[in-house]
Design a protein around this ligand. Structure first.
Ligand code: EPU
Length: 417
């Protein structure tokens, strides 16, 4: 297992180009299952999760060719309607094949994802929606077995806002008979991006990016050509890095609108921000101010930035209260940040961060993708050397992280085992 060794204390400066969004690329690739033919998805980041999605589609009989940053998927010969445990356990987003498979082929067998490091993460709402659309759902030996002659449009209300749930049902509804309404739908930019991909395939979708989405099903869709949006979480992570190192980083190729909630909190913490149409320049202050945050579905403060913001607050002047409302167990990074000298405690979903004078390098363990990003943020500020173990978590979501950091002046090395 690879480790990252970071010598902290440098002010990072320069420009960084943001990659395509993992969480927009994954559903776009799954959407290829909705139509026969050759599909092309551009700006796909070179990440382990993308390869896992590719293996999943190949296992179903599709061809998947990936060359940074383009994925070409051929779906003429799908002959296995199963997402096996071995692949789903590697990546929960595998569940995104359920809606398209069921809608196009009338059948799907998908392993239940199970819990993970950040929470129980059930898929009951995905299944509820498909049932409302007329699917028969059975649970057998850890698998969801879904069948339907043809899905029918339905009026569906989500009790909880769910990103992949909204995406799964939007894809299923694109081939259903009649109109589907999704209420209390996720408004994340990745959902809107999938809607534009589906629209390019011939789907008729209204309201994507809003909490009520209306989809008029088509009998058939055409192959997809789509370029995914930039990764707002990668962009936000580099902003946190500029802030914690007192650096000056221009983040290029991003959509400032997608990181609004984060920018507001960064400004409150004392960072100087300039933005243009597709760039944000972030200048870190000499001393950070403590700011409270509470995660919420988009357009609120993203749970995927909570850990990185906590790292930033660990050296701010004052006390910051961080409330996580999306996942019940997303404070795994707290114990690791403490190893570096951070003064953080938590009870339930509320963490109290008392700004420390500084951080010190240590051996720390990555536990999930965004937790590992927070360790990188902290390590770049810490005095001395930090070794981040189990860095494969980071590799799921950050393309060429050490190259990008090195170009900004960081001292970071990967040690292979
Ligand atoms: N939930 C249910 N039932 C469901 C679905 C969700 O109770 O059927 C609950 C979850 O347990 C959670 C909340 O609803 O408490 C929100 O979960 P959501 O379904 O929105 O999460 P997701 O779709 O599984 C996506 C991202 C995550 C991101 C969350 C929240 C992808 C592939 N994953 O997950 O990204 O944290 O939305 O924004 O889009 C990451 O990239 O590191 C990551 C974890």
């Amino acid at each position: 297992m690879d480790r990252l060794v970071i010598k902290g204390g440098k002010r990072l400066k320069g420009e960084v180009e943001i990659s395509g969004a993992k969480n927009a690329a994954l559903p776009a690739i799954a959407a290829a299952l909705l139509a026969s033919g050759e599909h092309m998805v551009a700006r796909v980041p070179d990440l382990r999760d993308i390869k896992t999605m590719g293996r999943l589609l190949e296992n179903m009989g599709a061809e998947f060719h990936y060359k940074p940053h383009k994925a070409v998927i051929t779906t003429n010969k799908i002959n296995n309607l199963e997402a096996p445990y071995e692949l789903v356990k590697e990546m929960r987003a595998s569940v995104l094949v359920l809606g398209p498979m069921l809608a196009r082929f009338g059948k799907a067998k998908v392993s239940l994802p199970g819990g993970c490091a950040i929470g129980a993460r059930p898929i009951n709402l995905h299944l509820m929606g498909l049932e409302k659309m007329g699917a028969k759902i059975e649970l057998e030996s850890g698998y969801v077995i879904a069948s339907a002659k043809r899905l029918k449009g339905a009026d569906i209300h989500f009790d909880t806002v769910t990103v992949t749930g909204t995406e799964n049902l939007m894809m299923a509804a694109s081939l259903a008979k009649g109109t589907t309404i999704l209420r209390n739908a996720a408004r994340e930019p990745e959902v809107a991006d999938l809607a534009s991909a589906l629209t390019a395939m011939g789907a008729r979708i209204n309201g994507a990016g809003k909490s009520t989405i209306e989809i008029e099903g088509a009998d058939e869709l055409r192959p997809l050509t789509h370029k995914v949006i930039p990764d707002r979480i990668e962009a936000g992570t580099f902003m946190a890095i500029a802030g914690i190192t007192g650096g000056d980083i221009t983040i290029r190729g991003c959509v400032p609108e997608h990181v609004k909630a984060f920018l507001i909190k960064l400004k409150a913490a004392g960072l100087r921000i300039n933005e243009g149409a597709d760039w944000v320049r972030v200048i870190g202050p000499g001393s950070l101010k403590a700011v409270n945050i509470k995660t919420a579905p988009y357009p609120g403060f993203p749970t995927d930035m909570q850990a990185q913001f906590m790292a930033l607050m660990s050296i701010a002047k004052g006390t910051s209260i961080i409330t996580e409302t999306i996942f019940e167990n997303r404070f795994m990074h707290v114990a690791e940040l403490r190893r570096m000298g951070a003064n953080i405690s938590f009870k339930g979903n509320v963490a109290t961060v008392r700004g420390a004078k500084g951080l010190k390098g240590a051996n720390v363990m990555a536990t999930d993708l965004r937790a590992s990003a927070s360790l990188v943020v902290a390590a770049l500020r810490a005095e001395g050397e930090t070794t981040i173990h189990r860095v494969y978590h980071l590799d799921r979501g950050y393309e060429k992280i050490e190259e990008k950091l090195t170009r900004l002046g960081a001292d970071v090395r990967r040690k292979k085992r």
